[in-house]
Design a binder for this molecule. Structure first.
Ligand SMILES: Nc1ncnc2c1ncn2[C@@H]1O[C@H](COP(=O)(O)OP(=O)(O)OP(=O)(O)O)[C@@H](O)[C@H]1O
Length: 404
């Protein structure tokens, strides 16, 4: 390497001759020029290196983006070895040895849930399975709803009792007659008409565990996860026999096939197929009854309505006038009512409302009384409550139209 010249002192004594001074300065200039050249070379090398890293960064960013875009699969870590991580994919149960970055490795242990890409590289670690199950499935050992809490849908209640309660309590009757009880019951109708209540009440009255799963929670998940959750659901029900499985918003996993072939659709299809296959093997399931509910009957794939599946359809409509009177009475059982309260007039004035609307009116009427510092709820409180709720509903409709 060339000698560096850092000092700013002149490279000669004060008494040196002119000629010698020039020579020394020239010598110094040469050294500096050499240094300059060397620095320029280094700078060029560094620039070239920088370019190389930039390109690599761009490539990795692009690959990373691609990895995130492509569908991910769920797998469970089986073993952590020096050669990599052994994972087992959900759905097909295939095992694979895959490499993992040191950073991710520190987050993993046997039984960790991970998301893997097409080439089975671990992309990220996932929440604990129990967290997902808890979010998707609610287990209620004894729901509090009774048949007496439900108003205006007697016919539907009788049908649910016949199809769910009878097989649970008197399976021998079906054997004696020589017929199979209906496999699944599908409740369909507008929101807030008591579908969930019916399922809870029948579980309560038969001392069965109520297990609720929301269909919408099963979609937009990783490949293989929806069907695994369906298997887990039936396993959970088996552990809690007798049990009533309630699948709310079944349209989320059982909508008619669309033409699009996106991976999301395929995953929804797989989840539904798993549900159907669990239902097809239903005979051995003993004391488990399945009730599903939807507000979108028109959207359902007819495959789920075939015999042996959801073969008992029960429409749960909004209550009629008599039903509304009854529901008003039910929801005001514990309220301190003034003598002027007349449910027949209220049921008439409210018009075509759902049971959930009636419940909302009674609660809001109570709030009006509290705001007015009264303990007794009056007829006007109910009227004001309905006016307020109606105005809010109209506002909501306007908002949803604006954003539609
Ligand atoms: N027929 C009814 N009798 C008494 N209360 C009712 C009735 N229908 C609805 N309600 C009241 O409305 C609430 C919501 O009803 P529920 O959840 O059973 O409706 P749903 O039909 O399952 O609605 P969604 O389709 O929106 O899930 C109930 O907790 C209850 O307070």
């Amino acid at each position: 390497m060339t000698d560096t010249v850092d000092d700013v002192d002149m490279p000669y004594e004060d008494d040196t001759s002119q000629q010698e001074k020039i020579e020394s300065l020239q010598e110094r200039l040469e050294v500096l020029e050499g240094q300059n050249e060397e620095m320029r070379d280094k700078l060029l090398d560094a620039n070239a290196e920088n370019n190389k890293y930039q390109q690599k960064l761009e490539r990795l960013t692009h690959e990373n983006k691609k990895l995130k875009q492509s569908p991910l699969f769920v797998a469970t870590v089986q073993e952590m070895t020096d050669d990599g991580v052994v994972i087992k994919q959900h759905g097909n149960n295939q095992e694979a040895l895959t490499e993992v970055t040191d950073e991710l490795r520190s987050e993993l242990e046997p039984d960790s849930r991970v998301a893997v890409n097409n080439s089975l590289s671990i992309v990220k670690s996932l929440d604990d399975e129990t967290d997902v199950r808890a979010r998707v499935m609610q287990v209620d050992q004894s729901p509090e709803v009774t048949y007496a809490d439900i108003g205006g849908i007697e016919e539907q209640m009788d049908e649910v009792r016949e199809t769910v309660e009878m097989p649970l309590e008197h399976p021998e009757m079906f054997e004696d007659v020589g017929i199979d009880p209906p496999s699944g019951v599908l409740l369909h109708g507008p929101p807030g008409t008591g579908k969930t209540m019916l399922a809870k009440a029948v579980a309560n009255e038969t001392d069965a565990t109520f297990i609720k799963m929301a269909g919408s929670e099963l979609v937009h998940k990783f490949i293989g996860e929806g069907s695994k959750l369906v298997r887990d659901l039936f396993e959970l029900a088996r552990q809690h026999e007798p049990a009533v499985i309630f699948i709310d918003e079944i349209d989320a996993i059982a909508a008619k096939r669309t033409d699009s072939k996106t991976s999301g659709d395929a995953e929804v299809q797989r989840t539904m197929m798993q549900l159907l296959s669990e239902m097809d093997g239903f005979d051995e399931r003993g004391e488990i009854r399945i009730i599903a509910a939807t507000n979108r009957f028109d959207m359902l794939d007819r495959a789920i309505l075939r015999p042996g599946r959801f073969d008992r359809l029960i429409e749960v409509p909004k209550p009629d006038y008599e039903g509304r009177v009854q529901i008003f009475k039910i929801h005001t059982r514990n309220m301190n009512l003034s003598d002027d309260v007349d449910f027949e007039v209220l049921a008439d004035e409210a018009g075509e409302v759902s049971g959930a609307d009636v419940k909302a009116i009674t609660t809001e009427a109570g709030m009006f009384a509290i705001r007015d510092d009264r303990t007794e709820v009056q007829m006007d409180d109910f009227r004001n409550a309905w006016e307020k709720i109606e105005a809010e509903e109209e506002e909501d409709e306007d908002v949803s139209k604006t954003f539609a």
